[in-house]
Ligand binder design. Structure first.
Ligand code: NAP
Length: 340
Protein backbone atom coordinates (compact mmCIF):
# COMPACT_ATOMS: atom_id res chain seq x y z
CA UNK A 1 0.00 0.00 0.00
CA UNK A 2 1.46 3.34 -0.90
CA UNK A 3 1.40 6.10 1.67
CA UNK A 4 -1.14 8.83 0.90
CA UNK A 5 0.46 11.91 -0.69
CA UNK A 6 0.64 14.91 1.67
CA UNK A 7 -1.91 17.33 0.25
CA UNK A 8 -0.73 20.88 -0.43
CA UNK A 9 -2.95 23.57 1.09
CA UNK A 10 -5.60 24.89 -1.29
CA UNK A 11 -5.03 28.48 -2.45
CA UNK A 12 -8.39 30.29 -2.75
CA UNK A 13 -9.03 32.58 -5.74
CA UNK A 14 -10.16 35.45 -3.53
CA UNK A 15 -9.99 36.40 0.15
CA UNK A 16 -11.61 38.87 2.52
CA UNK A 17 -9.57 41.91 3.56
CA UNK A 18 -10.21 45.07 5.58
CA UNK A 19 -9.04 48.07 3.56
CA UNK A 20 -9.26 51.84 3.58
CA UNK A 21 -10.08 53.67 0.36
CA UNK A 22 -9.53 57.11 1.94
CA UNK A 23 -7.81 58.37 5.10
CA UNK A 24 -10.19 59.13 7.96
CA UNK A 25 -12.04 57.65 10.95
CA UNK A 26 -12.57 53.96 11.80
CA UNK A 27 -15.63 53.97 9.50
CA UNK A 28 -13.23 54.10 6.54
CA UNK A 29 -12.31 50.45 7.16
CA UNK A 30 -14.24 48.29 4.67
CA UNK A 31 -14.32 44.53 4.58
CA UNK A 32 -14.27 43.40 0.96
CA UNK A 33 -13.32 40.53 -1.31
CA UNK A 34 -9.99 40.87 -3.13
CA UNK A 35 -7.99 38.63 -5.44
CA UNK A 36 -5.58 36.38 -3.57
CA UNK A 37 -2.12 37.90 -4.05
CA UNK A 38 0.57 35.80 -5.77
CA UNK A 39 3.97 35.44 -4.13
CA UNK A 40 6.76 37.09 -6.11
CA UNK A 41 10.46 36.18 -5.95
CA UNK A 42 11.60 35.78 -2.34
CA UNK A 43 8.03 35.88 -1.01
CA UNK A 44 5.67 33.50 0.77
CA UNK A 45 1.88 33.35 0.58
CA UNK A 46 0.44 32.95 4.09
CA UNK A 47 -3.11 32.01 5.11
CA UNK A 48 -3.54 34.50 7.96
CA UNK A 49 -5.24 33.19 11.11
CA UNK A 50 -4.62 36.24 13.34
CA UNK A 51 -3.42 39.77 12.61
CA UNK A 52 -2.24 41.99 15.46
CA UNK A 53 -3.51 45.55 15.87
CA UNK A 54 -1.00 48.29 16.74
CA UNK A 55 -1.38 52.04 17.42
CA UNK A 56 0.50 52.69 14.15
CA UNK A 57 -2.46 51.17 12.28
CA UNK A 58 -4.89 53.94 13.28
CA UNK A 59 -2.22 56.60 12.62
CA UNK A 60 -1.92 55.20 9.09
CA UNK A 61 -5.70 54.91 8.71
CA UNK A 62 -6.25 58.59 9.56
CA UNK A 63 -3.16 59.64 7.56
CA UNK A 64 -1.41 61.27 10.54
CA UNK A 65 1.66 59.01 10.38
CA UNK A 66 4.27 60.05 7.79
CA UNK A 67 4.40 56.32 6.92
CA UNK A 68 0.85 56.65 5.52
CA UNK A 69 2.40 58.38 2.47
CA UNK A 70 3.85 55.01 1.42
CA UNK A 71 0.37 53.43 1.24
CA UNK A 72 -1.32 52.90 -2.11
CA UNK A 73 -5.09 53.22 -1.62
CA UNK A 74 -7.12 51.10 -1.25
CA UNK A 75 -4.78 49.68 1.40
CA UNK A 76 -5.03 46.84 3.88
CA UNK A 77 -3.48 47.97 7.18
CA UNK A 78 -1.63 45.99 9.86
CA UNK A 79 1.96 44.80 10.08
CA UNK A 80 2.03 41.51 11.96
CA UNK A 81 0.40 38.09 11.62
CA UNK A 82 0.26 34.43 12.49
CA UNK A 83 -0.96 31.78 10.07
CA UNK A 84 0.13 28.95 7.80
CA UNK A 85 2.32 28.80 4.72
CA UNK A 86 0.28 28.25 1.54
CA UNK A 87 2.84 28.71 -1.22
CA UNK A 88 6.17 30.30 -2.06
CA UNK A 89 7.49 32.40 -4.94
CA UNK A 90 10.52 31.93 -7.12
CA UNK A 91 13.85 31.50 -5.39
CA UNK A 92 12.40 30.69 -1.96
CA UNK A 93 14.03 27.58 -0.50
CA UNK A 94 11.36 26.76 2.08
CA UNK A 95 13.37 23.77 3.37
CA UNK A 96 16.37 25.96 4.12
CA UNK A 97 14.11 28.27 6.13
CA UNK A 98 12.66 25.38 8.12
CA UNK A 99 9.27 25.90 6.44
CA UNK A 100 6.98 23.98 4.11
CA UNK A 101 3.39 24.38 2.89
CA UNK A 102 1.22 24.03 6.00
CA UNK A 103 3.88 25.23 8.50
CA UNK A 104 2.49 27.51 11.20
CA UNK A 105 4.38 30.82 11.06
CA UNK A 106 4.32 34.28 12.52
CA UNK A 107 5.96 37.47 11.33
CA UNK A 108 6.09 41.20 10.85
CA UNK A 109 6.40 43.51 7.89
CA UNK A 110 9.28 46.00 8.16
CA UNK A 111 8.37 49.69 7.64
CA UNK A 112 9.61 49.38 4.03
CA UNK A 113 6.77 46.94 3.24
CA UNK A 114 3.42 48.77 3.53
CA UNK A 115 1.18 45.98 2.15
CA UNK A 116 -0.80 45.31 5.33
CA UNK A 117 -1.92 42.14 7.14
CA UNK A 118 -5.70 42.55 7.64
CA UNK A 119 -6.53 39.88 5.03
CA UNK A 120 -7.24 36.17 4.96
CA UNK A 121 -4.12 35.66 2.83
CA UNK A 122 -1.10 37.91 2.33
CA UNK A 123 2.22 37.80 0.56
CA UNK A 124 5.23 38.62 2.75
CA UNK A 125 9.03 38.36 2.37
CA UNK A 126 10.24 34.91 3.42
CA UNK A 127 12.81 36.49 5.77
CA UNK A 128 10.08 38.30 7.72
CA UNK A 129 8.56 35.01 8.92
CA UNK A 130 9.59 32.39 11.47
CA UNK A 131 8.01 29.04 12.36
CA UNK A 132 5.87 28.89 15.50
CA UNK A 133 7.49 26.34 17.83
CA UNK A 134 5.69 23.63 19.77
CA UNK A 135 4.49 24.56 23.25
CA UNK A 136 5.24 22.66 26.48
CA UNK A 137 2.63 20.05 25.46
CA UNK A 138 4.73 19.22 22.39
CA UNK A 139 2.12 20.55 19.95
CA UNK A 140 2.27 23.64 17.73
CA UNK A 141 -0.59 25.89 18.89
CA UNK A 142 -3.79 25.98 16.86
CA UNK A 143 -7.09 27.87 17.19
CA UNK A 144 -7.16 30.56 19.90
CA UNK A 145 -3.87 29.26 21.35
CA UNK A 146 -2.18 30.73 18.25
CA UNK A 147 -3.69 34.21 18.81
CA UNK A 148 -0.78 35.62 20.92
CA UNK A 149 1.60 34.92 18.03
CA UNK A 150 -0.56 37.24 15.90
CA UNK A 151 0.51 40.10 18.19
CA UNK A 152 4.02 39.04 19.18
CA UNK A 153 6.23 39.97 16.24
CA UNK A 154 5.94 43.78 16.15
CA UNK A 155 5.58 44.46 19.87
CA UNK A 156 8.28 41.87 20.61
CA UNK A 157 10.89 43.24 18.22
CA UNK A 158 10.11 46.74 19.51
CA UNK A 159 10.59 45.65 23.13
CA UNK A 160 13.85 43.83 22.26
CA UNK A 161 15.18 46.90 20.44
CA UNK A 162 14.19 49.23 23.30
CA UNK A 163 15.98 47.05 25.89
CA UNK A 164 19.10 46.92 23.68
CA UNK A 165 19.09 50.70 23.24
CA UNK A 166 18.86 51.18 27.02
CA UNK A 167 22.35 49.59 27.43
CA UNK A 168 21.25 48.12 30.74
CA UNK A 169 24.00 46.96 33.09
CA UNK A 170 23.08 44.18 35.54
CA UNK A 171 21.46 45.54 38.68
CA UNK A 172 20.43 48.89 37.16
CA UNK A 173 17.02 50.34 37.97
CA UNK A 174 14.31 50.97 35.38
CA UNK A 175 11.05 52.90 35.15
CA UNK A 176 8.63 51.82 32.40
CA UNK A 177 5.69 54.02 31.51
CA UNK A 178 2.78 51.85 30.31
CA UNK A 179 3.69 48.41 31.70
CA UNK A 180 0.48 46.64 30.67
CA UNK A 181 0.16 47.69 27.00
CA UNK A 182 1.24 45.57 24.04
CA UNK A 183 4.91 46.56 24.13
CA UNK A 184 4.88 47.10 27.92
CA UNK A 185 3.87 43.50 28.73
CA UNK A 186 6.86 42.23 26.73
CA UNK A 187 9.29 44.85 28.03
CA UNK A 188 8.93 43.80 31.66
CA UNK A 189 10.04 40.12 31.33
CA UNK A 190 12.78 41.14 28.85
CA UNK A 191 14.12 43.66 31.39
CA UNK A 192 14.08 40.97 34.08
CA UNK A 193 15.99 38.67 31.68
CA UNK A 194 18.50 41.46 30.97
CA UNK A 195 19.32 41.63 34.68
CA UNK A 196 17.51 44.81 35.77
CA UNK A 197 17.87 45.35 39.53
CA UNK A 198 14.47 46.82 40.21
CA UNK A 199 11.71 47.75 37.76
CA UNK A 200 8.81 50.11 38.39
CA UNK A 201 6.02 50.34 35.84
CA UNK A 202 3.18 52.84 35.62
CA UNK A 203 -0.32 51.89 34.55
CA UNK A 204 -3.90 52.32 35.66
CA UNK A 205 -4.70 50.77 39.05
CA UNK A 206 -6.80 48.11 37.29
CA UNK A 207 -3.60 46.86 35.58
CA UNK A 208 -1.42 46.75 38.73
CA UNK A 209 -1.81 43.00 39.30
CA UNK A 210 -0.74 42.22 35.74
CA UNK A 211 2.30 44.51 36.04
CA UNK A 212 3.33 42.80 39.29
CA UNK A 213 2.92 39.33 37.69
CA UNK A 214 5.36 40.39 34.98
CA UNK A 215 8.08 41.28 37.50
CA UNK A 216 7.72 45.03 38.13
CA UNK A 217 6.53 47.15 41.04
CA UNK A 218 3.30 48.77 39.80
CA UNK A 219 2.73 52.51 40.15
CA UNK A 220 -0.99 53.18 39.59
CA UNK A 221 -0.70 56.63 38.00
CA UNK A 222 -4.45 57.28 38.35
CA UNK A 223 -4.25 56.91 42.14
CA UNK A 224 -0.74 58.04 43.03
CA UNK A 225 1.77 60.63 41.81
CA UNK A 226 4.40 58.50 40.05
CA UNK A 227 7.01 61.22 40.45
CA UNK A 228 6.62 61.15 44.24
CA UNK A 229 6.77 57.35 44.29
CA UNK A 230 10.03 57.30 42.28
CA UNK A 231 11.55 60.15 44.31
CA UNK A 232 10.81 58.33 47.53
CA UNK A 233 11.81 54.84 46.32
CA UNK A 234 15.18 56.02 44.94
CA UNK A 235 15.94 58.45 47.76
CA UNK A 236 15.81 61.25 45.18
CA UNK A 237 18.69 59.81 43.13
CA UNK A 238 16.47 58.64 40.23
CA UNK A 239 16.54 55.55 38.01
CA UNK A 240 19.20 54.46 35.52
CA UNK A 241 16.79 53.87 32.64
CA UNK A 242 13.33 55.08 31.62
CA UNK A 243 11.44 53.29 28.84
CA UNK A 244 8.47 55.44 27.96
CA UNK A 245 5.74 53.81 25.87
CA UNK A 246 3.36 56.74 26.48
CA UNK A 247 5.49 59.92 25.92
CA UNK A 248 2.91 62.74 25.94
CA UNK A 249 2.61 63.59 29.65
CA UNK A 250 5.50 61.44 30.87
CA UNK A 251 8.61 62.19 28.78
CA UNK A 252 9.68 65.61 30.08
CA UNK A 253 8.90 64.90 33.77
CA UNK A 254 10.85 61.62 33.48
CA UNK A 255 14.04 63.54 32.69
CA UNK A 256 13.92 64.86 36.28
CA UNK A 257 14.07 61.29 37.61
CA UNK A 258 17.13 59.95 35.77
CA UNK A 259 20.30 59.26 37.74
CA UNK A 260 23.56 60.69 36.34
CA UNK A 261 24.45 58.72 33.18
CA UNK A 262 20.79 57.68 32.85
CA UNK A 263 19.20 56.82 29.48
CA UNK A 264 15.68 57.22 28.14
CA UNK A 265 14.02 55.25 25.34
CA UNK A 266 10.76 56.67 23.98
CA UNK A 267 8.52 54.59 21.74
CA UNK A 268 6.31 56.88 19.63
CA UNK A 269 8.26 57.58 16.43
CA UNK A 270 7.16 61.24 16.32
CA UNK A 271 8.59 61.96 19.80
CA UNK A 272 10.80 65.06 20.06
CA UNK A 273 13.94 64.06 21.95
CA UNK A 274 15.38 67.61 22.10
CA UNK A 275 14.51 68.24 25.78
CA UNK A 276 16.67 65.22 26.66
CA UNK A 277 19.57 65.75 24.24
CA UNK A 278 19.79 69.47 25.19
CA UNK A 279 20.53 68.29 28.71
CA UNK A 280 23.12 65.76 27.55
CA UNK A 281 20.83 62.80 28.29
CA UNK A 282 21.16 59.77 26.00
CA UNK A 283 17.76 59.32 24.34
CA UNK A 284 16.53 56.90 21.66
CA UNK A 285 13.45 56.01 19.64
CA UNK A 286 13.47 52.35 18.51
CA UNK A 287 13.64 51.88 14.74
CA UNK A 288 12.75 48.24 14.39
CA UNK A 289 14.44 46.02 11.84
CA UNK A 290 13.07 42.55 12.51
CA UNK A 291 15.44 39.64 11.90
CA UNK A 292 14.78 35.92 11.74
CA UNK A 293 17.12 35.51 14.72
CA UNK A 294 15.00 37.88 16.84
CA UNK A 295 11.74 36.27 15.70
CA UNK A 296 13.08 32.82 16.60
CA UNK A 297 14.26 34.03 20.02
CA UNK A 298 10.93 35.74 20.83
CA UNK A 299 8.95 32.68 19.74
CA UNK A 300 11.16 30.32 21.79
CA UNK A 301 10.73 32.51 24.91
CA UNK A 302 6.99 32.74 24.36
CA UNK A 303 6.66 28.98 23.78
CA UNK A 304 8.53 28.14 27.00
CA UNK A 305 6.36 30.59 28.96
CA UNK A 306 9.04 33.15 29.87
CA UNK A 307 7.61 35.82 27.57
CA UNK A 308 3.83 35.70 28.01
CA UNK A 309 1.61 37.99 25.97
CA UNK A 310 -1.95 38.68 27.05
CA UNK A 311 -4.51 38.93 24.25
CA UNK A 312 -7.26 41.08 25.72
CA UNK A 313 -9.59 40.77 22.70
CA UNK A 314 -9.95 38.60 19.63
CA UNK A 315 -12.17 40.37 17.12
CA UNK A 316 -13.71 39.06 13.91
CA UNK A 317 -12.60 40.95 10.79
CA UNK A 318 -16.03 42.60 10.59
CA UNK A 319 -15.29 44.35 13.94
CA UNK A 320 -11.97 45.84 12.87
CA UNK A 321 -13.34 49.42 13.29
CA UNK A 322 -14.17 48.65 16.95
CA UNK A 323 -10.60 47.47 17.41
CA UNK A 324 -9.33 50.77 16.04
CA UNK A 325 -11.58 52.73 18.42
CA UNK A 326 -10.10 50.76 21.31
CA UNK A 327 -6.53 51.36 20.07
CA UNK A 328 -7.19 55.09 19.86
CA UNK A 329 -8.27 55.18 23.51
CA UNK A 330 -4.57 54.67 24.37
CA UNK A 331 -5.47 52.15 27.08
CA UNK A 332 -5.24 48.76 25.37
CA UNK A 333 -4.24 45.99 27.74
CA UNK A 334 -1.88 43.51 26.08
CA UNK A 335 -2.87 43.02 22.46
CA UNK A 336 -6.02 43.10 20.35
CA UNK A 337 -5.91 40.67 17.44
CA UNK A 338 -8.18 40.07 14.48
CA UNK A 339 -9.28 36.51 13.75
CA UNK A 340 -9.41 35.85 10.00
N1 NAP B 1 9.17 52.96 17.60
C1 NAP B 1 8.54 51.88 17.15
O1 NAP B 1 9.00 51.17 16.23
C2 NAP B 1 7.23 51.49 17.78
C3 NAP B 1 6.79 50.16 17.70
C4 NAP B 1 5.61 49.82 18.37
C5 NAP B 1 4.87 50.79 19.01
N2 NAP B 1 5.32 52.08 19.00
C6 NAP B 1 4.55 53.13 19.70
O2 NAP B 1 4.66 52.87 21.09
C7 NAP B 1 3.47 53.29 21.75
C8 NAP B 1 2.94 52.14 22.61
O3 NAP B 1 2.61 51.05 21.79
P1 NAP B 1 1.75 49.84 22.37
O4 NAP B 1 1.50 48.91 21.24
O5 NAP B 1 2.36 49.31 23.60
O6 NAP B 1 0.40 50.62 22.74
P2 NAP B 1 -0.86 50.12 23.58
O7 NAP B 1 -0.90 48.64 23.58
O8 NAP B 1 -2.01 50.90 23.07
O9 NAP B 1 -0.55 50.56 25.09
C9 NAP B 1 -0.61 51.88 25.49
C10 NAP B 1 -0.07 51.94 26.90
O10 NAP B 1 0.01 53.30 27.32
C11 NAP B 1 -0.35 53.34 28.69
N3 NAP B 1 -0.76 54.69 29.08
C12 NAP B 1 -1.81 55.44 28.64
N4 NAP B 1 -1.82 56.63 29.27
C13 NAP B 1 -0.75 56.63 30.13
C14 NAP B 1 -0.23 57.57 31.06
N5 NAP B 1 -0.79 58.76 31.24
N6 NAP B 1 0.87 57.23 31.77
C15 NAP B 1 1.47 56.01 31.60
N7 NAP B 1 1.02 55.08 30.73
C16 NAP B 1 -0.08 55.40 30.02
C17 NAP B 1 -1.50 52.35 28.80
O11 NAP B 1 -1.64 51.93 30.14
P3 NAP B 1 -3.06 52.13 30.93
O12 NAP B 1 -4.11 51.49 30.10
O13 NAP B 1 -2.80 51.43 32.23
O14 NAP B 1 -3.24 53.61 31.06
C18 NAP B 1 -0.95 51.22 27.92
O15 NAP B 1 -0.10 50.39 28.70
C19 NAP B 1 2.51 53.75 20.65
O16 NAP B 1 2.62 55.15 20.50
C20 NAP B 1 3.07 53.08 19.40
O17 NAP B 1 2.73 53.77 18.22
C21 NAP B 1 6.47 52.44 18.42
Amino acid sequence: MTAPETSRPVVPASVRAARVHAFGGPEQLRVEEIDTPRPGPGEVLVRVAFAGLNPLDYKQRDGSSPSARALTLPAALGRELAGTVLDAGEGVDLDALGLSPGTTVYGVRPMTDPRGCYAEAVVIAAGDLAPVPAGPDGAVPTGEALAPYGGLALAGTTALTAVRQAHLAPGETVLVHGGSGGVGQLLLPLLVQAGAGRIWATGKAENAVRIAELGATPIPYDEADWQEVIREATGGSGVDVVIDTHYFSTFEPSLEHLAPGGRIVVLPTLADLTPATERGIEAHIPRIEPTREDLDALAADHARGTLPLEVSEILPLADVARGHEQLQSGHTRGKIVLAL
